[in-house]
Design a protein around this ligand. Sequence first.
Ligand code: NAD
Length: 382
Amino acid sequence: MSKKIRVGMIGYGFMGKAHSNAYRQATKFFPDLPYEPELKVFCARNEERANQFASNWGYDQVEKDWRKVVESEEVDLIDICAPNNMHKEIAIAAAENGKWVLTEKPLSMNVAEGEEMVAAVKKAGVPNMVWYNYRRIPAVTLAKNIIDKGSLGKIFHYRANFLQDWTISSDLPQGGEGLWRLDVNVAGSGVTGDLLAHCIDTAMWLNGPITEVTAVTETFIKERQHNITGKVEKVGIDDACAFLAKFENGSIAIFESTRYARGHKALYTFEINGENSSIFWDLHDLHRLKYFDHGDDALTRGWRDVHVTDSEHPYMDKWWVPGLNIGFEHSFTHGVADFFASAKSDKPAQPDFQNALQTQKVCEAVINSGNSRKWENTNVEL
Ligand SMILES: NC(=O)c1ccc[n+]([C@@H]2O[C@H](COP(=O)([O-])OP(=O)(O)OC[C@H]3O[C@@H](n4cnc5c(N)ncnc54)[C@H](O)[C@@H]3O)[C@@H](O)[C@H]2O)c1
């Protein structure tokens, strides 16, 4: 019999939906989990929309103040789907109240905040995780399994992009609903914390610690109307960022992210080149993994296009018959399943806060390097 874990969800935006869906699906497709999520309390400040959201997804109660949710005796787990400037305060209060705590990425606005959050969950001894969901796309997990087997041999290169095009217009305001990502006081940084954080998390998971970085950052549109103050204000985020990196294993990397790549909506790709083989993955084609093996017969050697839908592939035995794809939302269902499967074990699902803090350190070193125009050490401890 699985034990019920009562969820308190904070935020009804993009991620509030993705996570609510994941809690609903997880025990249906992963029936052997030791815990079963129960959608207990939903929290957002707009009461009418909060009520609609709660009724749509089946939450029992609605609350406007997140403090009441983290203190509620009827909640076991707090899930933070609010903007980045809210993560620290909610997570620490949740841990102090003995709740399990999950937060959306990035862990925090900066390293100092992240360290406080790590200390809080360690002190409270509560299970915790950060939603770097791309680790749980089956093709990406497969890449990890292939690399861990040593199939690539010595790794030389890591290359990642995360390209979008939605902030090109100078008429787009900053701040307020949906546009908090352009307000540095809410987001912490621009594409570095929003998009490159995903690339960095995946990169260090696949290829080990990043030790040094050198970056160029740019803010193409220097001032924008602020939706909340109504004034034209300086834009403090990085609109675009490119950085070079060195990994502890001797490989080198190039990362690029922008919201000014006309035509690209969410083009997250990575390629890894080793002495024996190479791997390439593309979010727009997320169920495929491209693989080149130099050991193949020379006459037929070429890039293989692996359709990651067979029951031998990670997570896929839980879904449909071979040949049928799953999508973006399933990575969150896998997150719930992995978190619940390991919540009380000595091998908790990753990335936990401590692990996600390492990504925060790289993000901060990238921003610092963009300002200093020098190589910066990351001080990552993995
Ligand atoms: N893992 C991913 O792929 C992914 C994708 C998108 C966003 N994110 C992360 O998820 C988080 C939320 O992003 P989003 O795109 O869902 O944002 P969003 O703007 O769509 O939604 C944010 C929600 O937070 C609520 N909120 C804000 N302040 C609040 C408060 N004080 N009390 C209660 N609710 C409050 C808002 O009302 C809204 O419902 C961010 O940290 C973001 O970086 C992760």
